[in-house]
Design a binder for this molecule. Structure first.
Ligand SMILES: CC(C)(COP(=O)(O)OP(=O)(O)OC[C@H]1O[C@@H](n2cnc3c(N)ncnc32)[C@H](O)[C@@H]1OP(=O)(O)O)[C@@H](O)C(=O)NCCC(=O)NCCS
Length: 214
């Protein structure tokens, strides 16, 4: 617990341009409190105390304005900035070092039980008010613009904006690579895979560049 507070606090101080002091981070950052409430709720959920888990998550929501379903799986150093109005669904998965701003939904589109919420991979940033819907993947280091509505996978290291979200800037994968020698209009699976690998490589390089030199 203490280790997690220190780790989260460091992440918040590094990623918030307001550069808060340690007391500010510990006492006045709802994003930090929400993650700690969620750790307790998630543990109870996994132990089978589902009603109690929901109650703990409800208390966390009352105190922070951030609603995280106790079933959601959340990695290390999640920074939820401002927080109010964030909703994270039951089958959502969040990797390490993700940043989420206020008003974001990681929600479902289907009423059927089972996997129905997004996976947000390491280092992704989800802008204020963005709605990320369905069992899609936001790739490593990807950025989702404020108020975007995302219903398709986001390639690693790319930026998407708008409604419905579209890729802008560098690294956008070609929508369909037509394969040489394939019947006209047919996609080239190898080319598509290469484009995805290139985008992933760019995201990894960007991540390495962000890390401080030891
Ligand atoms: C999406 C985002 C990450 C893009 O940053 P960037 O890579 O520097 O991209 P640019 O600002 O160069 O914009 C690229 C294009 O997308 C457009 N764009 C940028 N953000 C947009 C948004 N949220 N919605 C719609 N279009 C957007 C720009 O107008 C530009 O369009 P153009 O090429 O036609 O001129 C950033 O604009 C954003 O929305 N960040 C979220 C920040 C946030 O939520 N802050 C809350 C703090 S409290």
């Amino acid at each position: 617990m203490t280790l997690e507070i220190v780790e989260l606090g460091r992440a918040i101080r590094a990623r918030d341009p307001a550069r808060p002091s340690w007391p500010e981070v510990i006492f006045s950052y709802p994003g930090l409190h929400a993650v700690l409430w969620h750790r307790l709720a998630h543990r109870l959920w996994r132990w089978g105390f589902r009603g109690l888990a929901r109650f703990v998550s409800h208390l966390g929501r009352m105190l922070t304005g951030i609603e995280i379903h106790p079933g959601a799986r959340i990695g290390r150093r999640l920074f939820i900035d401002h927080g109010m109005g964030v909703v994270i669904g039951e089958t959502a998965m969040i990797g390490d070092d993700v940043t989420i701003y206020h008003g974001v939904t990681l929600g479902g589109l289907s009423l059927k039980p089972g996997k129905r919420h997004p996976d947000v991979l390491d280092g992704a940033v989800i802008g204020a008010g963005a709605q990320v819907l369905g069992p899609i993947t936001v790739g490593r280091g990807a950025r989702v613009g404020a108020n975007a509505v995302v219903v398709n996978d986001v390639a690693p290291g790319t930026t998407v904006v708008g409604i419905p979200a579209r890729c802008v800037g560098e690294g956008c994968p070609e929508t369909v690579t037509v394969g040489y020698g394939l019947p006209s209009g047919e996609a080239d699976p190898v080319g598509e895979r290469l484009a995805r690998l290139e985008a992933e490589l760019r995201a990894l390089r960007a991540e390495l560049a962000r890390r401080p030199v030891a």
